[in-house]
Design a binder for this molecule. Structure first.
Ligand code: C2E
Ligand code: CA
Ligand code: CA
Length: 758
């Protein structure tokens, strides 16, 4: 029997030792206190083992003393544990210091028993035939020690049972279990502590393991289950679980809606989603995530489906679950954003970036096709917007978009690539010029309500895609470049890009770039072309600009004046030439030749950008020349543009003494009617006007009439572009008094002029 008991205790020692080791490695809130309880428990079992095996009364007495001290401390630790463990409020009532003091005193007293024997004595007995044991004979003082321990244990039990009653149902079990174990030990102990064989010792081992398990390992399964259930039920994604045969064994609320047979969600072939999933689950051996389009009636749903399989250790399928996320809204939002980023919101056409991208794809996709990039630009759009308002302007834009997309057949990609610029990519074989020629102002203004005086016209530039690797953006630029050649030509609507355009544009850009330097460095020169009387006497000269470019050589005004008129830089040149003219007049005056004048050109743009009156006044004052010697050539265009203001300005200039000449009469609007309203000093007629006409005789008659009318209005006439004697003769006969032209002399440098005429 003794050896059997010893074996049991050894097993208990090994077990407690093992759990001690595990506890020390554990990182848990309670592992410290559990790590203290277990060694003390181990000590109790150990000293009992010695007591059991020893035959010496002294050793036995010592081990018994240690055993009692250890029970003191284990009771204390248990109380501490239950307070910590259960987080109980009882902690505050336990006076720890007092208790410690009591325990220390008791421990010392118990240990001294070996010497004084004041608590207990040992009494040898023979049991189980011939096995000798020691029995404990307590003295009355022993019960003081016993009461202390019982007090601690009582506290401990109260805490545990209290918590067990109060705790949520899932936790109740563990407090109760420890409480029960402790009670069992106490009861056993009451009956056996004095007997030779104290069975309660084994209880310590069991309780130690029990504490370890409850405090550090146990998690309430039911709680977990319930929590998981709640979490999955309320998830915003659908979740359902299948068994190994593909039968659904669980689904959350979301999934139930999705799998609802009343309102079935099916794939494009009409297969219900549940079946779709089950097929996948049974027929494919892998986990997957997929995005799939499903339908509930007409409504489209984009679902992200995820399958997770559950297998056992041997990889046998046990079940699986599907997580399905409804991404419809997200995807629609994304689509909408993509749409907004790639489309023009007003017309619904592609924006420039998207147009280029799509066109590029198209051109690549059909290498056998020849393509055109067609750009359509609404003429004077800004002016129209000012005149008719934003609302009407928007209607015009929408109509243009509609016409290009619907009425114009054969276009494959359509875009609005600028404020009032549209682009179409079209296979060359589909293109018909007539479409663009037939568009009327009414087509553009359709739906605008009333009739408008402002005619809406568009210009079309076409680039033939010869180099397919060119970026579409450049192709558009080229088509637009072609448009820029139309501007000014009233009847032309369509222009094709050719390589010359590009060269011209580049050259123009270079000229714009170089102008400032040219003015600073004196590359801009004033040439003079003489103006003669009928008698062949020199009257004066017209100042004509020349640009002596260091790289490009001498450049005629025809090459740069129209360009600078477009961008307004012409005013810089004019001011420069006017100043040169005045400087020249001053020099001549000093030579005593103030009988000849210089006639300067005033561009229509100058009236916009400059205070013409002020500048001329300042110039004549600065150089001390008479206004009479400075003639100003103004074109009809300048006057027509802002009639009242121009008339007023001309009147002021004339009153100050400047001579104002109407240049190029007969080449522009040329309304004879206008002549009676504008009072200029001289009318200048260009012979080119004659040359252009097919019927020369008829033109001559008109010329005759114009000259006659001018005479009647008291306006002298000068004809320019006179190239031969015959012209001089008939012009003289018609009443023309002054001439300018190659017949007399070509424009020349000031030096040549002076050398020839002075
Ligand atoms: P424009 O004012 O009508 O000048 C007359 C043009 O006719 C000059 O051309 C002149 O060289 C040319 N011409 C003179 N006699 C004959 C002739 O017998 N036959 C032919 N075929 N042509 C003749 P240019 O110098 O090339 O100037 C062209 C235009 O450039 C000028 O036409 C004028 O509008 C403009 N321009 C020239 N210099 C200036 C300037 O300083 N300022 C401004 N704003 N424009 C200028
Ligand atoms: Ca002129
Ligand atoms: Ca002229």
């Amino acid at each position: 029997m003794k050896f059997f008991l010893a074996a049991v205790l050894i097993v208990a020692l090994v077990l407690i030792g093992y759990y001690c080791y595990k506890t020390w490695k554990e990182k848990h809130r309670l592992s410290r206190i559990v790590g203290q309880i277990l060694p003390v428990g181990w000590l109790i079992v150990f000293v009992n083992l010695i007591s059991l095996l020893t035959t010496s009364e002294v050793i036995c007495s010592i081990t018994y003393s240690i055993y009692f001290v250890a029970t003191d401390w284990i009771a204390y630790l248990l109380l501490k544990f239950s307070i910590d463990y259960a987080g109980s409020k009882f902690g505050q009532y336990v006076k720890k210091r007092l208790m410690l003091a009591l325990l220390i005193l008791d421990s010392v007293s118990v240990l001294l028993n070996t010497v004084f024997g004041h608590l207990f004595r040992l009494h040898p007995v023979i049991l189980f035939g011939n096995e000798s044991y020691y029995e404990l004979v307590p003295s009355p003082f022993f019960y003081i020690h016993y009461i202390i321990i019982m007090m601690l244990v009582a506290f401990c039990l109260i805490t545990l049972f209290y918590c067990s009653a109060k705790a949520p149902v899932f936790y109740r079990k563990k407090y109760f279990l420890i409480g029960l174990m402790t009670s069992a030990i106490v009861i056993l102990n009451i009956f056996t502590f004095s007997s030779a064989v104290d069975v309660s010792v084994i209880g310590y081992a069991v309780e130690g393991i029990c504490i370890y398990y409850c405090a550090l390992v146990y998690t309430p399964q039911k709680l977990l289950q319930k929590t998981m259930f709640q979490v999955t039920q309320n998830m915003s994604v659908s979740l359902f679980v299948l068994d190994s045969e593909g039968k659904r064994i669980y689904s959350n609320k979301c999934a139930e809606q999705l799998l609802d047979r009343e309102k079935p969600v099916t794939d494009i072939d009409g297969v219900p989603i549940e079946q779709w999933c089950s097929n996948r689950y049974l027929n494919y051996n892998e986990q997957f995530i997929e995005e799939q389009t499903f339908y509930r009636g007409e409504e489209e749903m984009i679902l992200k489906i995820q399958l997770q399989r559950v297998t056992d250790a041997k990889q046998h399928l046990q079940g699986g679950y599907f997580v399905i996320q409804d991404r419809t809204e997200e995807m629609n939002h994304l689509k909408e954003e993509q749409y907004l980023a790639t489309h023009d919101s007003l017309t619904g056409l592609y924006n420039k970036e998207k147009f280029c991208k799509e066109s590029k794809k198209y051109i690549r996709k059909y290498p056998e096709l020849e393509f055109l990039v067609i750009c359509v630009d609404i003429k004077d759009f800004k002016m129209m917007k000012d005149a008719l308002g934003t609302k009407i302007a928007d209607i015009v834009l929408k109509n243009t978009a509609r016409m290009l997309k619907e009425d114009l057949k054969g276009g494959v990609v359509h875009g609005r690539i600028g404020n009032d610029v549209f682009a179409v990519l079209m296979p060359k074989k589909n293109f018909k010029e007539e479409f663009f020629e037939e568009q009327t102002s009414e087509d553009y203004l359709k739906g605008a309500g009333e009739e408008f005086a402002f005619p809406v016209v568009s210009h079309v530039g076409i680039f033939e895609v010869t180099e397919r690797d060119l970026s579409v953006s450049v192709m558009c630029d080229r088509a637009r470049m072609a448009i820029s050649t139309i501007k000014g030509d009233y009847h032309k609507r369509i222009a094709y890009y050719d390589e010359e355009h590009r060269k011209d544009m580049i050259r123009e850009q270079e000229l714009v770039r170089d102008l400032n330097k040219a003015l600073e460095e004196g590359q801009i020169k004033m040439y003079l072309q003489p103006q003669m009387s009928v008698e062949g006497k020199l009257l004066g000269a017209e100042a004509l600009v020349r640009w002596e470019h260091p790289e490009k050589g001498s450049i005629q005004p025809g090459e740069f004046i129209p360009l600078f008129e477009r961008n307004g830089l012409v005013s810089d040149i004019d001011r420069y030439i006017w100043e040169l003219a005045c400087k020249q007049l001053k020099a001549w005056k000093e030579l005593g030749r103030d009988d000849i004048y210089i006639s300067v050109n005033v561009s229509p743009r100058d009236f916009y950008f400059l205070n013409v009156y002020r500048i001329f006044m300042d110039l004549v004052r600065k150089y001390g020349v008479s206004p009479k010697n400075l003639k100003l050539e103004i074109t009809e265009t300048a006057i027509v543009m802002d009639f009242d203001r121009q008339i007023d300005l001309i009147t002021r200039l004339r009153r100050t003494g400047f001579i104002v000449e109407m240049d190029d009469f007969g080449s522009g609007y040329s309304s004879l009617n206008m002549l009676k309203d504008i009072h200029v000093d001289i009318l200048k007629i260009d012979m080119a006007f004659l040359k252009k006409a097919k019927d020369e005789e008829r033109s001559k008659k008109i010329l005759q009439m114009v000259i006659g009318l001018a005479k009647q209005l008291g306006m002298p006439v000068i004809t320019e572009g006179v190239e031969n004697e015959e012209q001089v003769a008939f012009l003289t006969e018609m009443g023309c008094e002054m001439f300018q032209g190659y017949y007399f002399a070509k424009p020349m440098t000031v030096e040549e002029f002076e050398a020839t005429y002075f």
